[in-house]
Design a protein around this ligand. Structure first.
Ligand code: GLA
Length: 422
């Protein structure tokens, strides 16, 4: 293997699995390659992305990998090591055949078809391929395995289409954020969730030791140091997946749009400033304090959370810039309280994990992470306190919820990549 220098560990495993699960007459006829992309954690800035606001994610050192080889026809054949299942679809007629093909695919393969449909919509000329889909991003564990699979799909297409991945007339390749936006559209068609760009952008932009401050309106971003040897980021999975999360997510998004429209209408009557309100990101804290009471209670609380969370992201970014990571902790507790009380996307299990963490000396901050209703919490903790936190969770979480939680330590990892295996 020549191009394996920076290959993540799961890529090597996937290369070994490929010949075992994919065998046919053209096996070994073309070179094997691997493509990968990371999952993410979000330090702070939850439900702000689709409000044109700010987020502060970190790509993690866990990846989804495709290992396989190009085919000479337009078939994509996949084996998922996680689901122990095959899936197959055709490039023919995409993107128009997306609906028809997707409803007979398992959910994991729909994301892959979604990315390929969006690539073809953008004009990409693609080849079919056979691949093993493997990785160490916990599936459904709140670290955005779906964004990782989407971005890894784009990488795999780039590799297996042998440089024919030119989706503009002038042959320019896509920028990382163009890939992220394309994968976000794939997520929309594959899942029906009107998600923001947080997950895909984090996966595309990852850098070891760095967090990413992203302005979800302008898509400008900046790297900030996230490298404190004495501190760790722990992700604790509640073990709960909620089916209703998708519809609740879309409902929150609609409520935010409605609240922004109301602020626009109310403020426009007072002065010209109203014309500049297109999303909750545009409502200042002063405007919220002054006009918020004119909104129905529910919309006022949703908007109040989003406006405060955006401010917390900017405060956290400033602290990282100054090397004061520890001081980000209190912002995490505050973020959780807002998500629980005003945005109402937390759950008993998430609240329980945060309450348990709060009692552990050496904990700097914790909050629920991602869309909510289940999934995981993110915990900023002194290394010496990891053991105490883990013991407290093992002792109290099953007793209080009847469930088991799992704990993972995450580090800031790299962006996506691909390589030929020999
Ligand atoms: C999910 C979505 C993201 C973002 C978060 C909440 O992870 O995919 O776009 O909205 O929820 O911050």
């Amino acid at each position: 293997m020549t191009a394996s220098v920076n290959m993540p560990e799961p890529a090597r495993d996937a290369l070994n699995i490929f010949p075992i699960v994919i065998n046919d007459e053209i096996q070994y006829a073309s070179t094997l390659g691997v493509a990968w992309a990371s999952g993410r954690v979000n330090l702070i800035g939850e439900h702000t992305d689709y409000n044109d606001g700010y987020v502060l994610p970190i790509a993690i050192d866990r990846v989804v990998v495709f290992a396989g080889r190009a085919r000479s026809d337009g078939i994509v054949r996949l084996w998922s090591t996680h689901f122990q299942a095959y899936a197959q679809f055709s490039l023919e007629g995409l993107p128009e055949t997306f609906e028809q093909q997707s409803h007979i695919l398992p959910a994991w393969a729909r994301y892959i078809l979604g990315v390929i449909a969006e690539l073809t919509r953008a004009g990409a000329v693609l080849r079919g391929f056979d691949a093993v889909v493997h990785g160490d991003v916990p599936v459904g564990g709140g670290m955005s395995s779906s964004a990782a699979i989407e971005v890894a799909t784009a990488q795999a297409c780039m590799l297996f289409s042998n440089g024919r991945f030119t989706i503009r007339a002038e042959g320019a390749t896509l920028t990382p954020l163009e890939v992220a936006a394309l994968c976000q559209r794939a997520e929309h068609i594959a899942s029906g969730v009107r998600s923001g760009i947080l997950d895909q952008a984090a996966s595309c932009l990852g850098r070891p030791g760095q967090a990413i401050l992203l302005d979800c309106r302008s898509l400008e971003y900046r790297y900030l140091p996230f490298d404190a040897p004495g501190l760790s980021l722990l992700v604790i999975d509640t073990g709960v997946r909620r089916e209703l999360a998708n519809s609740a997510y879309n409902e929150r998004r609609r409520q935010c749009e409605e609240a922004a429209q109301m602020f626009h209408d109310i403020i426009v009557q007072q002065d010209q400033a109203g014309h500049t309100i297109h999303a909750l990101r545009d409502v200042t804290r002063e405007q919220f304090a002054r006009y918020g009471s004119q909104l129905p209670d529910l919309l006022r609380r949703r908007a109040g959370y989003v406006i405060a969370e955006d401010a917390r992201v900017l405060s956290a970014a400033k602290l990282l810039e100054e090397g004061l990571i520890e001081q980000v902790g209190p912002l995490l507790w505050q973020s959780h309280a807002g998500l629980r009380d005003e945005y109402e996307v937390s759950s008993v299990e998430l609240d329980t994990l945060v309450e348990i963490a709060r009692q552990v000396p050496g904990m700097l901050g914790a909050r629920m992470m991602g869309g909510g209703f289940g999934g995981c919490t993110i915990n900023l903790v002194h290394n010496e306190a990891i053991e105490a936190l883990s013991q407290a969770v093992d002792r109290e979480y099953p007793a209080r919820t009847g469930l088991q939680a799992s704990i993972d330590i995450c580090r800031a990892g790299s962006g996506p990549g691909n390589a030929w295996s020999g």
